[in-house]
Design a protein around this ligand. Structure first.
Ligand SMILES: [Zn+2]
Length: 239
């Protein structure tokens, strides 16, 4: 059985413990069919959340080193970094619990870190927008994927005209944030975003600049949709 390393964080508002499984599933998919966006984004981001909402007090916070209090991996755990001193560490009960469950008793009922829903991602941008560019990109990519998830839930992509405008604005901003990053994967995503907002000529022009042959099956797929003037989300069948 593969060992899963779990990191434990603490809510800055109420002190609730929150765990995150850090097994990296980059590039692995549980569905045969996934959106092209997700396929591209999964190459760029880990599969675990970097920002979450406390299930106890609704505080939204970044899961970073500053909030990390420790980690465990089956029967190994490191010492708390920022947590209060654990005076019960030497007790027999503590040792039994540790032996049986492989984690500290006080961590056992920790909530599990979840990805933010679209509304909460928008809330972050409204109330406390990240100053670091990579975090801004992270939030906007997750909004993009949040819209895509509606397809899996058999819901319309947009709930209202205003919702559609927010989706469009998010894509415009993503293009501005990513177009200056020069990897072929980023170029591919920017091209695809232009197609999503109906800018087919711009999309085709950008696809022509992608040289990595391993991506040609994707550029061919997008190019075909441009010829058909189709801006819908592409679903890839990975068999
Ligand atoms: Zn909390």
């Amino acid at each position: 059985m593969q060992q899963r390393s779990k990191t434990v964080f603490k809510c800055p508002q109420c002190g609730q413990y929150i765990t995150r499984s850090d097994l990296n599933l980059k590039g692995k998919f549980f569905r045969h069919k996934i959106s092209l966006h997700k396929y591209i984004i999964a190459q760029k981001l880990p599969s675990y959340p970097k920002i979450t909402k406390c299930q106890k007090c609704d505080k939204i916070f970044w899961l970073n080193l500053f909030r990390r209090v420790g980690s465990y991996n089956n029967y190994m755990f490191d010492d708390d970094l920022l947590d209060e001193d654990d005076s019960s560490k030497d007790s027999v009960l503590y040792k039994i619990f540790y032996f049986l469950f492989g984690c500290k008793p006080k961590w056992e009922n920790a909530g599990y870190a979840q990805f933010l829903y679209i509304e909460d991602n928008f809330k972050v941008l409204d109330i406390n927008p990240p100053k670091i560019k990579s975090r801004l990109i992270y939030i906007r990519l997750n909004i993009l994927l949040g819209y895509n998830d509606r397809i899996w839930d058999n819901k319309p992509l947009f709930q209202s005209k205003e919702d559609q405008l927010k989706w469009k604005y998010n894509i415009d901003q993503l293009i501005l944030l990513i177009e200056t990053l020069y990897s072929d994967m980023n170029k591919l995503l920017v091209a695809e975003l232009h197609r999503n907002i109906g800018e087919f000529d711009k999309c085709t022009e950008l696809l022509n600049n992608i040289t990595d042959e391993r991506l040609h099956w994707l550029t061919d797929t997008i190019r075909k949709e441009c010829i058909n003037k189709n801006s819908n989300v592409i679903l890839l069948d990975l068999g």
